[in-house]
Ligand binder design. Structure first.
Ligand code: GRF
Length: 216
């Protein structure tokens, strides 16, 4: 049976598109049961039928907890197995994270634990990093601090700017997210205490995406 995936997105949704493309191509046995956004005009929303969209503005709620509760109820109503934050730009409150503990992952554009938070590409350049990339990690209440399941690495090149580097990373984010979801959907990943096991092997800290878009 295909796994049910909910996607949280605030923007263009290219990672969501990668998931949808993989499902359409038959390389990911999943169903995107809902797309949830804090921005009604997020392009990501347009990628799924209207019945599978949910969007609300945090400004229409009394506080973060009230917004998160409404978001959480909408997610729960879609009954997802996995919740994927893919360019969701709002911090998730602790109650929401705990509600879906162990079932929520995020794709972050850096080689965590380096560069948590925003502006990761500029910060990688400022730090003189020779390597940069993206990480898929388990969501915990502390920002970008959960166990990293898998990463994709790219070189930093002379003359790089934040947009150039962002584009190079994004190209690897898509196969990284799809490959990670495939393993999770197949129940092949076991995550505990900061390490990951694949098919009972490991621990890996974390899995790495190879040039053939496979994780090992
Ligand atoms: C990606 O770089 C993701 O890692 C970050 O936000 C961006 C979202 O891009 N969290 P998209 O909306 O999936 O195109």
């Amino acid at each position: 049976m295909s796994v049910r995936i909910a996607v949280l997105a605030s923007g263009r949704g290219s990672n969501l598109q990668a998931i949808l493309d993989a499902i359409a191509a038959g390389t990911l046995d999943a169903d995107v049961v809902g797309v949830f956004s804090d921005r009604a005009n997020a392009a990501a929303l347009d990628k799924v039928p209207a019945a599978r969209r949910w969007a609300a503005s945090p400004r229409d709620f009394a506080d973060r907890d009230a917004f998160d509760a409404a978001l959480g109820d909408a997610i729960a109503a879609a009954a997802p197995d996995w919740i994927v934050c893919a360019g969701y730009m709002r911090i998730l409150g602790e109650a929401l994270v705990r509600r879906f503990a162990g079932r929520m992952i995020n794709i972050h554009p850096s080689l965590l634990p380096k560069h948590r938070g925003l502006h990761t590409h500029a910060r990688a350049l400022e730090s003189g990093d020779r390597e940069h990339g993206a990480s898929v990690h388990v969501v915990v209440p502390e920002l970008d601090a959960g166990t990293v399941i898998a990463q994709a690495r790219v070189p930093v090149r002379a003359g790089d700017t934040p947009p150039l580097l962002a584009a190079r990373v994004l190209e690897r984010e898509h196969p990284l997210l799809v490959a990670t979801l495939r393993l999770l959907a197949q129940g092949r990943v076991d995550e505990r205490q900061g390490t990951v096991r694949l098919d009972g092997q490991g621990p890996f800290t974390p899995l790495q995406l190879d040039s053939r878009d496979e994780l090992r």
